[in-house]
Write a protein that binds this ligand. Structure first.
Ligand SMILES: C[S@@+](CC[C@H](N)C(=O)[O-])C[C@H]1O[C@@H](n2cnc3c(N)ncnc32)[C@H](O)[C@@H]1O
Length: 218
């Protein structure tokens, strides 16, 4: 883990997000509604696809998934999961189940999912390498791993500002200094789509094939 990783730990993150859960939808949650919706719509899921939503939060994306799929949402924060449960009940989402789990150490079998989605998560975990490795492990060979996230900018000036503000941002649960290159290096992920997303075209939708065991998307 680098210095930035160490500044976040699971216990304090759980506290931050649980404290934040009652206002999340009205603040950060709402600001990303549009990109969350276009990200989920673009997935083109097949009937019976099994989808894992990592860091499901208050479950804002859950009503957007087609009912012909099985969706499993995991999160570390009790407070966020409580809101997700309320949303599932409100919308009658029988195809969705939730579990409290650390994304860096999942209880699932290898290759259990066709698609793993992480929306605004890889920069909100203490150790993104562990989380990405786990997403790869639980996604089947040739399956898809999709990240909707901010990744640090190639522009030197903006990257310097992002690095500077990252320690402050970590107090409120995320970092700003992580590049897509760092997230992907040494992994079996092959980028198949990379699109800028709102707000401000500052976020990215990155879709990857899980090419472990040499398998490209099937
Ligand atoms: C910025 S929120 C994103 C929530 C949701 N995906 C959305 O689109 O609104 C990040 C979420 O990741 C969760 N999280 C952070 N670290 C985690 C970990 N190690 N395991 C599971 N969830 C984690 C937080 O509790 C929080 O709900």
């Amino acid at each position: 883990m680098d210095q930035q990783d160490q500044a976040m730990n699971l216990e304090s993150l759980e506290r931050v997000y649980t404290n934040y859960s009652s206002v999340y939808d009205l603040t950060f949650g709402q600001a990303f509604d549009q990109s969350r919706e276009s990200a989920v719509k673009s997935l083109q899921l097949d009937p019976n696809d099994k989808v894992l939503e990592v860091g499901v939060g208050t479950g804002m994306a859950l009503p957007l998934y087609p009912r012909h799929c099985r969706i499993v949402g995991i999160d570390l924060s009790e407070g966020m999961l409580k809101k997700s449960k309320e949303r599932i009940a409100k919308h009658g989402l029988d195809h969705v189940t939730l579990q409290r789990m650390d994304a860096g150490q999942m209880d699932f079998e290898d290759n259990a999912f066709d698609l793993v989605m992480a929306a605004y998560v890889v920069t909100a975990v203490p150790d993104y390498r562990k989380v990405v490795a786990e997403m790869i492990r639980v996604c089947r060979p040739g399956g898809r791993i999709v990240m909707l996230n901010h990744f640090s900018n190639g522009n030197k000036f903006i990257a310097a500002v992002e690095k500077l503000i990252s320690p402050m941002c970590q107090r409120i649960g995320f970092r700003t200094d992580l590049s897509l290159h760092r997230v992907l290096e040494g992994t079996t992920l092959r980028v198949t789509k990379k699109e800028k997303m709102n707000p401000f075209r500052y976020w990215y939708l990155v879709e990857c094939t899980n090419a472990k065991n040499g398998r490209q998307r099937s």
